[in-house]
Design a protein around this ligand. Sequence first.
Ligand SMILES: Nc1nc2c(c(=O)[nH]1)N[C@H]1C(S)=C(S)[C@@H](COP(=O)(O)O)O[C@H]1N2
Ligand SMILES: [Mo]
Length: 261
Amino acid sequence: MSKPESSEQNRSRRRFLSGVVALGAGSVLAGCDRISGSASVKRALGSVEQLTYKAQRLIASRQSLAQEFDKSQIAPVFRPNGTTNPQEGYYRAWVANDFADWRLTIDGLVEEPMTLSLEELGAMPSRTQITRHDCVEGWSCIGQWTGVPLADLLDRVRPRDQARFVVFHCADHTYGGSDLYYESLDMVESYHPQTILAYALNDAALPVANGAPLRLRAERQLGYKQAKYVMRLELVESFKDIQRGKGGYWEDRGYNWWAGI
Ligand SMILES: Nc1nc2c(c(=O)[nH]1)N[C@H]1C(S)=C(S)[C@@H](COP(=O)(O)O)O[C@H]1N2
Ligand SMILES: [Mo]
């Protein structure tokens, strides 16, 4: 179980995010649903299994949007999964001072590498979206995410022509192993309007259990693509030299790189 953040930490992080995030309680009635066996998940898993990435790209519009939901459909608690309370020393230190020392690095194949604080990210234009997260373990959960569109960050760092993927490097060693969690998206998915780096969940600072202080939301993709505890974005031409070369922690362990829903 994850240790809840102290209310003092939550308060101070809310304070500096409050310019961006409204503090309305909202009506939270719905729960997380079991979706194993549901048509949508069968479709999702079927499409992952049967279609190659290129084939799906041919039939999926570049800009088609994932479904967005109503506030009344938000789950009271967004079910956490995978790492829920990183124990790495550097991460505990960030939590201890409410992520004031935390920085996001953007580097690799970009004209202008950048380092941004949470406050600087919070000052950028934001997008809020209520979407359904589908985990391959057979559950789904609806939540409201607020964050910086990845497209805006990419516009600032200016990817070089050779850049084909954004790699998301995370802070946590999954299940206490020696490998850091990571993920990657192609440029079409990275510039998609619903691809954001979220710092708030349901009008509050992103909880540690769900990836504080910053996590990816790429809403046309399955749960394992939604990298939590993101520390660094690296633009690359190929991910073959990163970890085991398959483009993500679970991909390195047999999951499909293309996880479009
Ligand atoms: N850094 C990191 N990101 C991660 C994971 C993880 O273990 N570590 N688990 C993935 C999986 S399988 C899922 S379903 C979602 C869970 O997100 P949640 O904890 O907000 O529900 O995060 C994804 N991103
Ligand atoms: Mo998942």
